[in-house]
Design a protein around this ligand. Structure first.
Ligand SMILES: [Zn+2]
Ligand SMILES: [Zn+2]
Length: 295
């Protein structure tokens, strides 16, 4: 299985010299199984470049787009996803069920003539919609589990098992019960325990690490996590590797470097062998046989 980051930034695109290394496009992650099944997580502005890449690779594209939620930074690239315009391509779009509005209506809304020249209904690909509750679904050779997150709107986290590996995509998410003393995962809050169980033992955890702990203290209720919380979840879950994701727009590359170092220190102090990386736009992580941990 190969995981490629096309957009790693949170909230708003941030092109410019200070974000060259980690990237300025908003959330989009490609996951490709060995059999070729294509899963795409979120359609932030990063999906535009992914679409061009796919169009260069093959005449026909069949993709499964799994949206965590529909805030702008997770859907605003969708109207620029070139394969959606091509007859014969197939695009299955999944998202958390919202009792107040359909997933299709939300995506059509941002393509209303007020905002965009081409309405959703004019897209020529075969597009289907699937609204999800918590549970398990099978997409070709991938088993996908869903888990509701703690955000400011209905928001779904995903865990994929394929090729003998597991990857979790958890953004945007705020601690349920962060404690004041260092924001360690609350030992008592069912929500945090539930997330730890959901990502237990994954080979790669991609998680919202938007804030440093002091920043988070100032932004409680905004729906995002702190780096300490991400490390605590990853360590307690026994994840093999964690990728800090959904980078804060005001953070320059050097800020994210410092957050990474703090995360590695926290993980070491907890006695963990967790590998901590920052999600880098344009980089891929390959999970292949031979490097799988035993057992
Ligand atoms: Zn976001
Ligand atoms: Zn959001």
């Amino acid at each position: 299985m190969r995981v490629t980051f096309w957009g790693t930034r949170g909230s708003v695109p941030t092109p410019g010299p200070s974000t060259l290394r980690y990237g300025g496009n908003t959330s989009c992650v490609e996951m490709r199984t060995e059999a070729g099944t294509l899963l795409i997580f979120d359609s932030g502005t990063g999906i535009r470049e992914l679409g061009l890449h796919l169009a260069r690779q093959a005449e026909q594209v069949s993709a499964h787009l799994l949206l965590g939620h529909t805030h702008w930074d997770h859907i605003s690239g969708f109207p620029f996803f070139a394969p959606a315009f091509v007859p014969g391509n197939r695009l299955a779009i999944y998202g958390a069920r919202d009792p107040n509005r359909s997933l299709r209506d939300v995506l059509a809304g941002q393509m209303h003539p007020t905002y965009f020249p081409v309405p959703l209904g004019d897209l020529r690909a075969d597009i289907t919609f699937c609204e999800l509750d918590e549970g398990t679904l099978h997409i070709d050779d991938a088993v996908v589990r869903t888990h509701l997150l703690n955000h400011t709107c209905v928001c779904m986290g995903y865990r994929v098992e394929a090729d003998g590996f597991s990857v979790a995509y958890v953004t945007d998410h705020e601690p349920y019960g962060a404690l004041d003393d260092g924001l360690r995962v609350s030992p008592v809050h069912d929500g945090d325990r539930g997330l730890v169980e959901f990502v237990r033992g994954v080979d790669l955890l991609i998680q919202d690490a938007q804030y440093t702990p002091p920043e988070y203290a100032e932004r409680r209720g905004w729906g995002h996590g702190s780096t300490d919380y991400v490390i605590d979840v990853a360590v307690q879950a026994g994840a093999r590797r964690v990728a800090l994701f959904h980078h804060e727009p005001t953070h320059a590359d050097a800020d994210i470097d410092r957050m990474l170092e703090a995360c590695r220190t926290r993980s070491r102090e907890a006695g963990s062998t967790l590998e901590v990386v920052g999600a880098v736009e344009g980089e891929a992580i390959t999970l292949a046989r031979g490097i799988k941990k035993p057992g």
